[in-house]
Design a protein around this ligand. Structure first.
Ligand code: IVH
Length: 681
């Protein structure tokens, strides 16, 4: 090995160790030691180093957390041991009964100790480490079999890809989303016209089972280990095992308390209930476990539950209040959403005055009426929900709620479709929809028109100055000056901030247009595939489906949504106007995904391959690689198909570019290490 390569390897080792340590502090201990910027600098250095020395980018490098490209479906795997559930109780006397049964089940004179710990409210998984590496992870499924979510779990940065323990270790953990992170992703979802997650559990469970690990990588998932099912020889008791796992760098909850008797257990449970609001994740109870593994083995299990553990459930926080009125809002997509306006009431630390009633069906099931006394609950302690109606206290005149037959904003007759609960305003010019669409268009992650606030948009729409997003670019400062609270200077600033947004790349424009099922990531992929707005418009109608389905990760729903958008005469007209107005810049062809197994590597593809060359390019980009049209100095790999021309091979030799075949490329995309180089002829 050359001296430079040797130094690179050393530096690589240092960086990997450093990044792992910071990941651990940040994601497991929740106690970062360096700023995000400093972290990014380390990470970038690692990416650069691996770019120069691709052989250093082994599958357990921190740059390789996002591996495979999307799958069609998740594989089913069998659990090492069945994932059982727990016997539940809400009652302290039942905890005493449990302790009596435990003592009765153990040899005479045994004085079992108990471990009390939080019951995390997330999605449970089984995680296998083999030979010190994260080997497989699966969802609970039916208890016997779950779905293989290994690639998704690999994206969770609190979970080490390697540990310093070689024996087989099978763990059970909860995948959770911290409360503070949920607020952030929900704000993003609402902005995209998607329904917010009702609670962190739904968000975690939904994210965990997604087919595209690249999207999972963007979700702030965390894993918290709560059990060892294989490898108990690491410690004699559950509490000691949790401590040992923490020493190995695994994320455990670190909230367990060992108790000598049932009184201490009940005290620990009460303390946990008082303390749990300060935990970053949701908990719905305490789990009480016999601590000693050999005593657990003696006690065994019934058909459903282990006899050595029980869950003590805490009730959700509730409050009662009165429904003042039921409002119906119209969103950007036109969906009518009923909202209960409440007499303000304190609940779990905040004052609640509105609760979403979601849709007509839910209002109907609850039979919520104006004037009703209702019980509200913070589902997952986030979004207040109406959970019960006190019918006995109902005013005599209260009428059942009916969804309006006409849009509350524009008066158009609403639409409904069979089999769907949604009711929506079909009028594309409905002021609420137009204002919602324009606001969405102007958001930071879309066209970023910072001077265009909600109040201004509302006025623009009301005064009929703007009917769609293209109209924004035809506004003149003189028109704005006439509006409320708008001086000459601020009018000019608004116009300037709109004009500046012409320079956004195509992906931002597509995001701003809010095509159903097409968020920022998909917009970027679509933009990269078509390059410019003009090229997008030039795709013949008959080829749209084929072109769009070729994009990695685009499922039938997304393809159909893009096709419907591009063939709709109204939206075509809008795109054509935007194009004439000079809105959006072409998407750079060579944008590199921030991470992925191919991060830092570049590829030139040549010859006849098993897939269309464009598709191969898309997979390379999706995995974080760069695509070069020609081999140049710095091109890492030439992917040679059949009938490859000798000029390309000669160019590769000259540039020092390694030649690989299609199968090797696929392996690299899967995150596998590069096979030993064979000398090139
Ligand atoms: S121990 C043999 N401990 O709650 C079952 N479970 O209702 C042992 N859960 O299946 C379960 N936090 O999905 C245990 N600290 C914890 C937990 C926990 C959450 C989940 C888990 C379990 C379910 C039981």
């Amino acid at each position: 090995m050359s001296r430079a390569a040797d130094a690179a390897r050393k530096r690589h080792e240092e960086l990997v160790a450093e990044i792992r340590a910071h990941d651990y502090r940040y994601y497991v201990l929740d106690d970062p030691a360096i700023s995000d910027r400093e972290y990014d600098a380390l990470y970038r250095e690692l990416v650069e180093l691996e770019k120069e020395y691709p052989e250093l980018a082994t599958p357990d490098s921190p740059t390789r957390r996002v591996g495979m490209s999307p799958r069609g479906a998740l594989r089913t795997v069998r659990h090492v041991a069945p994932m059982m559930s727990l016997d539940n109780t809400y009652d302290e006397t039942e905890v005493r009964d449990f302790a009596r049964r435990v003592v009765a089940g153990l040899p005479a004179g045994a004085r079992p100790r108990y471990c009390v710990e939080p019951k995390l409210d997330g999605a449970s998984v089984e995680i296998l480490y083999r030979e010190g590496r994260l080997h497989e992870a699966s969802t609970r499924g039916d208890g016997e079999h779950g779905e293989d979510v290994t690639e998704n779990l690999r994206t969770i940065r609190s979970l080490p890809l390697t540990i310093d323990y070689r024996g087989p270790l099978t763990l059970r953990a909860e995948v959770v989303i911290f409360r503070r992170d949920l607020d952030r992703i929900n704000a993003e979802r609402v902005a995209l016209g998607e329904p917010p997650f009702a609670n962190p559990r739904n968000a975690a469970a939904g994210s965990l089972r997604m087919l595209d690990p690249r999207i999972v990588a963007r979700r702030p998932l965390r894993a918290v280990v709560w059990q060892v099912v294989e490898g108990p020889e690491i410690a004699p008791s559950h509490s000691a095992a949790l401590d040992r796992l923490a020493e190995l760098g695994l994320p455990t909850h670190r909230k367990h308390v060992v108790c000598d008797d049932v009184d201490a257990v009940l005290e620990a449970v009460r303390a946990l209930d008082a303390d749990r609001k300060s935990y970053p994740y949701e908990t719905d109870g305490a789990v009480i476990k016999v601590d000693d593994f050999s005593q657990q083995a003696i006690l065994g299990a019934t058909a459903k539950f282990p006899r050595w553990a029980i869950a003590y459930k805490f009730g959700a926080e509730r409050a009662t209040t009165r429904v003042v009125r039921i409002e119906v809002g119209v969103g950007r997509t036109g969906t009518l959403t009923p909202v209960a306006v409440l007499e303000p009431v304190r609940l779990a630390g905040t004052v609640v005055s509105r609760a979403s009633l979601h849709n007509e069906q839910i209002v109907g099931q609850l039979d919520v009426r104006v004037g009703d006394r209702v019980t509200i609950e913070k589902a997952g302690e986030i979004i207040p929900q109406v959970v019960a109606v006190d019918v006995s206290a109902r005013p005599a005149a209260a009428e059942p709620f009916r969804m309006p037959e006409h849009c509350p904003t524009c008066g158009t007759r609403v639409s409904r479709s069979d089999g769907e609960v949604a009711v929506w305003c079909p009028n594309p010019h409905c002021p609420d929809k137009v204002a919602g669409a324009i606001f969405h268009f102007s958001r930071r992650f879309a066209m970023d028109i910072d001077r265009l606030g909600e109040a201004l948009i509302e006025q623009l729409v009301k005064k009929n100055l703007v009917r769609d997003v293209a109209d924004l670019y035809e506004l003149r400062a003189e028109q704005l000056v006439e509006l409320e609270r708008m001086g000459k200077k601020s009018a000019e600033n608004v116009i300037e901030s709109i004009a500046k947004s012409r320079e956004r790349t195509l992906d931002r424009l597509l995001t701003g247009l809010g095509i159903e099922h097409v968020g920022p990531v998909a917009s970027r992929q679509l933009a990269e595939a078509v390059h410019s707005l003009e090229e997008l418009l030039a795709i013949p109608e008959s080829e749209i489906t084929e072109r769009v389905s070729a994009i990695a990760g685009f499922g039938p729903k997304m393809v159909e949504s893009v096709r419907a958008f591009l063939t709709d005469p109204e939206s075509r007209k809008l795109l054509e106007r935007l194009s004439k107005l000079g809105v959006s810049r072409p998407q750079p062809r060579h944008t590199v995904a921030a991470s992925g197994p191919l991060a830092g590597m570049s590829f030139c593809v040549t010859g006849v391959l098993s897939r269309k060359r464009e598709d191969v390019h898309a997979s390379i980009r999706a995995a974080g690689g760069e695509v070069h049209d020609k081999v140049k100095s710095g091109t890492t790999f030439l992917v040679a198909g059949e009938k490859v021309g000798s000029t390309k091979l000669a160019a590769a030799k000259k540039a020092g570019t390694r030649v690989i075949d299609e199968a090797t490329l696929e392996r690299l995309i899967q995150g596998e290490p590069l096979p030993e180089a064979t000398p090139q002829a």
